[in-house]
Write a protein that binds this ligand. Structure first.
Ligand code: ZN
Length: 220
């Protein structure tokens, strides 16, 4: 089955140009999620233990699951990164801002939609899906895509809240429908028990994929 639609997924973060990961490792084994390490250069996924979480690995796992589901639904999918490195590392000039690389990739692949995957921090629960404010009335509005993804995640996990928000992240500065998904809060222990529980990453990736699919079906 194929429907000729191309989606570019950006699994958020990765290793910086100094070889270190900027995202903290969270210990989710107690009653509260707490930071156990800040910037680090630990490449191993396996020595962290079941209840530890780091965003750069989490986003890659969710992206892989979304890839599988979108593939079975007939979509073409490209990633901005497949491994631990940040996407910018594949480019010889490290000064190129990430949003320019993303725009280059979406144009190169002829993408119909762009979705960045992250997990959130700072107090809160459930998904937040961000899209840009359209520059003028009648111009491209990505909020229907964002809303479909948000609703899909909320219903898959039974989250109490989920929000679509406007924020002009540079990476969303695109001519195609674009959304930045904060799948849940990695400093909220309830959210993390959902994500780190059995099939959590699979469920999240599937929810993101089904939200994208729902939007394409409505838009077509
Ligand atoms: Zn992030």
């Amino acid at each position: 089955m194929t429907n000729e639609k191309m989606i570019v997924i950006d699994p958020g973060h990765g290793m910086g140009s100094d070889g270190r990961y900027k995202r903290p490792i969270m210990d989710c084994s107690g009653p509260k999620a707490k930071v156990v390490r800040g910037a680090h250069n630990d490449r191993s996924m396996d020595d962290l233990g079941y209840l530890c979480y780091r965003e750069d690995h989490g986003t890659l796992k969710i992206a892989n699951e979304a890839y599988n589901t979108l593939g079975t639904l007939g979509y073409h999918v490209q990633f901005t990164r497949f491994d631990y490195e940040d996407v910018a590392q594949n480019y010889p000039n490290a000064k190129i801002p990430k949003w320019k690389i993303v725009r280059h990739l979406t144009e190169l692949y002829g993408a119909d939609a762009f979705v960045a995957l992250h997990t959130n921090a700072g107090g809160g629960s459930g998904p937040r899906v961000f899209c840009r404010q359209p520059k003028a009335p009648g111009l491209l509005d990505s909020s229907p895509l964002a809303r479909c993804i948000m609703q899909s995640i909320v219903s898959a996990f039974d989250f109490k809240t989920g929000k679509v928000k406007r924020k002009n992240y540079a990476v969303l500065n695109s001519k195609i429908p674009s959304a930045l998904v904060e799948c849940c809060f990695h400093d909220n222990i309830d959210d993390m028990q959902n994500l780190l529980g059995s099939d959590g990453f699979e469920k999240m990736g599937m929810a993101v994929a089904h939200g994208i699919d729902r939007w394409f079906r409505r838009a077509s």
